[in-house]
Ligand binder design. Structure first.
Ligand code: NAI
Length: 730
């Protein structure tokens, strides 16, 4: 780091000028763990731009870097979540101020280098893009990209304007802007976002100085006379050829669901490419303000920032239990889930004993990890050394005695309570005397399963999602006799394997399996009422669900919901209650019993499948047997909202029943576990953000109830909150 010869320019940006006239600007917000574009930063940036202009003759070059672990975190989401149409002008002005200050620095006439020492996401990358040269330090967690689209926003610190000029409209949209992808430094270099990747801070600063020495009068490419956008502007014949495909691509990406960010990003990029730089910045700002002041960005920021933070901070983890790490885990059952769980644990450095009924079956489970690692190797995401180490951690076996010394057990055998009891009995005295005992059951109540072990307080549900290596969520299920210590340890284990934990109390289907069942049933109910199957699928897509409803049902099998339904009915009858019939029931029964169509794994379901198991189109028999000729008269808006409401209303019931205890768990669980549409910000935030707020939601639920049945009845808790003017918050 150069020696300081100047004075501090401001509170969040440190100014150091060395004897050679190189100014190092170090971002270092004293009040936060990461730098953001908050008010303090904005005034600091203006002060820095003023000073650079004033002392320009003594400045030979500028290096921007950060004193934090990350380079720069981006926009201040605490401010942005409060943006409303009433303060649109203020949002516009503050955005324009940052743009103007960065532009002043960019056009100063001296070389400006970004020494990107860690993650540069959103505003961080935008600052770097305003520099003439970008050097990225390759350290753990250094991700580069513009994830604004994933928050319902667009990069408005010049991000759209500059990426379009740097990469061309097509690449800027597809690689950077529309999906908000985050890149490792090497990948960022490959797509042209950074110029150099280095391994040490020393190398980074040396490279920055070398650039300044070699390029005393740097300019951005777009400021050089005669510069044209790579691939052409929209007026260019080559680009014009591609332009008509954009709306279709966009629709494909969003399924026609309400994702206004993507629409505004395309508009800002295309319109901005046809005008000068300054006008493009204003266009970008206008499209940003429209998004920032709308409900969808509020929803998405709430979920992905505030709720996720609350979940990860361990709000549902009991206080006062010391953190413990697992050293060796026994995974019982090496089928689809067990194999995935073994991989996730081994990846986190935990030794795994992977047990199945035969050595062969256990080996097959281990081979799954080998396959994932081959793919990662081929893509340069791991090294041979790491691959070997990970595989060496997994010991396949059929011998129960091999679980000796394990301090945690995760059971993933068939969904059969008697078998689950049996496998726990077999190992409970062989593992460590205080080992944590977890079951990955997706439907069976944990309290009942716990009765099969002696230490019921150490027994807990750890519900993973398939495919385990990709799905970020784990639903922790606390049985009636589960102790706080076990809950805390389960929470720590989930964090140890770098997944996101939500915590729920025991109930049949817990939160996720129960709520997703309502989505599936509602889709099938529409079919039962005579709606054309393609329209049912379209309704799910346009509501924003990542998977269409009938195709998802095929994946999960049509036999599973029937089994759950029958078991639930039996259990309720034992308590003197009953399960009311659902309009989906007859379709499911006929599909399985009359037509022998059980889903993808059975080779035929709502869809036909070819000999390779690939979906070949909706089964024509659906129209023949179920579709009402001449239409049903059910409005399309009702079809979409029936699925969303069915899930949301049952989530409120789960809160009432005490199965869910926090709003953050519900929102994050619904987004990360069961594909509730991202634009809603999660299942309870959907209710908060509904037109007319909670009273608006209640009125609409009543309307649906009158038209479609009791299952849309409004739970008392929702009614109460609506009457009191409250929302669902923790
Ligand atoms: P699977 O059928 O792929 O695997 C079950 C494995 O258990 C088989 O390899 C079988 O040989 C083994 N097994 C049977 N008896 C055993 C014994 N006595 N000792 C050791 N291993 C034994 O099933 P899958 O899909 O992996 O499901 C396992 C559990 O995970 C079930 O409880 C299921 O409900 C749950 N689950 C499944 C999800 C899914 O998407 N498939 C999602 C979340 C949970």
């Amino acid at each position: 780091m150069p020696e300081a010869t100047g004075t501090t320019a401001s509170t969040t940006i440190r100014w150091d000028r060395d004897d050679a006239g190189i100014v190092t600007l170090t971002f270092d917000d004293p009040d936060q763990s990461a730098n953001t574009m908050n008010a303090a930063f904005q005034s600091s940036l203006t002060a820095v731009a003023d000073r650079l202009e004033a002392e320009k003759d003594e400045v030979r070059g500028v290096i921007m870097t950060s004193a934090k672990k990350t380079f720069f975190a981006g926009g201040d989401l605490r401010l942005l979540i409060r943006a409303r149409p009433e303060n649109a002008r203020e949002v516009f002005d503050s955005g324009m101020r940052i743009k103007r200050d960065l532009r002043r620095i960019e056009t100063l006439g001296v070389p400006v280098v970004a020494a990107v020492n860690g993650a540069a996401l959103g505003g961080g990358l935008e600052i770097a893009l305003a520099c003439h040269h970008r050097i990225a330090l390759d350290v753990r967690g250094s991700k580069i990209g513009c994830p604004e689209a994933t928050l319902g926003l667009l990069p408005a610190g010049g991000g759209v304007t500059r990426t379009v000029r740097l990469l061309g409209i097509t690449d800027a949209l597809l690689n950077v802007l529309l999906q908000g992808r985050q890149y490792h430094p090497a990948q960022a270099k490959e797509i042209g976002l950074v110029h150099e990747v280095v391994r040490t801070p020393e190398e980074m600063f040396a490279a920055a100085r070398a650039f300044i020495d070699a390029n005393p009068s740097s300019q951005q490419p777009w400021d050089v006379e005669g510069y044209t956008i790579p691939g052409g502007t929209p007026a260019h014949p080559k680009f014009a050829e591609n332009l008509p495909a954009f709306p279709a691509n966009l629709k494909k990406q969003t399924g026609g669901a309400p994702y206004p960010a993507q629409r505004n990003i395309v508009a800002a990029a295309v319109e901005g490419a046809q005008v000068d730089f300054e006008t493009a910045q204003v266009i970008e700002a206008r499209y940003f303000v429209e998004l920032a002041c709308g409900q969808i960005s509020t929803n998405m920021i709430q979920a992905f920032f505030f709720d996720l933070q609350a979940v990860n901070a361990g709000r549902s983890r009991p206080d006062g239990v010391a953190e413990r790490k697992v050293g060796k885990v026994a995974v019982l059952g090496a089928g689809m889930m067990g194999a995935g769980i073994a991989y996730a644990c081994a990846r986190a450095g935990i030794d795994v004993v992977l047990k199945d009924v035969s050595r062969e079956a256990a080996e097959k489970g281990k081979a799954y990890s080998a396959r994932l690692l081959e793919k990662a190797l081929a893509r340069g995401r791991t090294t041979q050394e790491k691959r070997d180490a990970l595989l060496a951690r997994i010991t396949p076996t059929a011998d129960p005695r091999d679980v000796a010394g394990c301090d945690a057990v995760i059971e993933a055998v068939f969904e059969d309570p008697a078998l689950k009891h049996q496998v726990f009995q077999e190992i409970q005295h062989l593992v460590a005397p205080d080992a944590l005992l977890c079951s990955n059951t997706s439907t069976l109540p944990i309290t009942g399963l716990a009765e099969g072990v002696e230490r019921q307080r150490d027994f807990i549900g750890l519900h993973f999602f398939s495919p385990v290596d990709k799905m970020p969520l784990v639903e922790i299920v606390k049985g009636r006799r589960t102790g706080d210590e076990a809950l805390a340890r389960a929470f720590d284990l989930v964090r140890q394997i770098r997944k996101t934990p939500i915590v729920v109390n025991d109930s049949r289907g817990f939160f996720t399996s129960r709520v997703i069942g309502h989505f599936l049933n509602e889709g099938v109910a529409l079919l039962a009422e005579g709606v054309d199957p393609a329209t049912v699928e379209q309704a799910a897509a346009q509501a924003g669900y990542p998977a269409k409803v009938l195709s998802l049902m095929d994946e999960l099998t049509l036999t599973l919901p029937r089994r759950i339904r029958d078991e639930t009915r039996q259990a309720l009858r034992a308590e003197g209650k009953d399960l009311p019939p659902h309009p989906a029931d007859t379709v499911l029964d006929r599909m399985v019993e009359e037509f022998g169509r059980t889903g993808r794994s059975g080779g035929a379901g709502f869809y036909d499948y070819d000999e390779n198991g690939r979906r070949a189109g909706l089964w024509p028999g659906l129209r023949e047997h179920f579709t009402k000729e001449g239409g049903t008269g059910i409005p399309f808006a009702d079809m979409k909202e029936r699925m969303l409401f069915a899930e949301a209303l049952d989530t409120v019931r789960l809160l009432e029943e005490g199965v869910l205890t926090t709003v953050a768990d519900a929102n994050i669980g619904s987004l990360m576990g069961i594909g509730f549409p991202a634009w809603t910000g999660g299942v309870l935030q959907y209710i908060n953000g509904y037109e007319g707020g909670l009273p608006g939601f209640v009125a609409r639920a009543r309307e649906l109830g009158e038209r479609y049945g009791e299952r849309f009845a409004v739970p008392a808790l929702l009614e109460e909150k609506a009457a009191k003017g409250e929302t669902f918050t923790d």
